[in-house]
Design a binder for this molecule. Structure first.
Ligand SMILES: [Fe+2]
Length: 165
């Protein structure tokens, strides 16, 4: 990721980073993640902002054993997640022609990368015995997340959280 990403750009000149650039960005923040993670509560899933510009933002997330987030999307943002320590198990909705074709379950460990293409819907849980730490990069900055119940082959929106102004 070039340094130009660190400068403020007027809205009309902003561009969105794709999952490949977001993956590089998330990896760049890994060395800073452990220190920030150490300051977060150990008892519940927690997060802290590591860096942001008008075009992207990067968080560290911590996951106690058993910690999870329900099935959700990332609004209008694409993203990338790098596991820093511990392990995370993702269940991702696989859709075909707009319909749910199934789910894919994968467990990721330190150094593994999850690419969150625009429209990706997944849940994540720490099924491991240890605390897990991950770095998450989003572009554009995360403005909303919608949570879903999966009922058969449909996703039923339960609630939408909105962030920022
Ligand atoms: Fe997510």
């Amino acid at each position: 990721v070039s340094r130009t990403h660190l400068a403020f750009r007027p809205a009309s000149r902003r561009r969105h980073l794709g999952v490949a650039e977001l993956s590089e960005l998330a990896l760049e923040f890994v060395p800073r993640a452990s220190l920030s993670a150490a300051a977060l509560p150990k008892s519940k899933r927690s997060w802290a902002l590591l860096g942001a510009t008008s075009e992207y933002e990067v968080f560290v997330n911590t996951w106690p054993a058993g910690g999870s987030i329900e099935l959700h999307d990332h609004g209008d943002s694409a993203g990338a997640v790098v596991v820093v320590s511990g392990e995370l198990t993702e269940t991702r909705i696989v859709s075909r022609a707009g319909n749910i074709a199934g789910t894919r379950v994968e467990t990721f460990t330190a150094g593994d990368l999850l690419k969150l293409e625009l429209g990706c819907v997944h849940d994540v849980v720490n099924q491991g015995p240890l605390h897990a730490v991950s770095v998450h990069a989003y572009s554009p900055r995360l403005r909303s997340m919608t949570f879903f119940n999966k009922i058969g082959t449909t996703l039923d929106p339960v609630r939408t959280l909105r962030y920022g102004s």
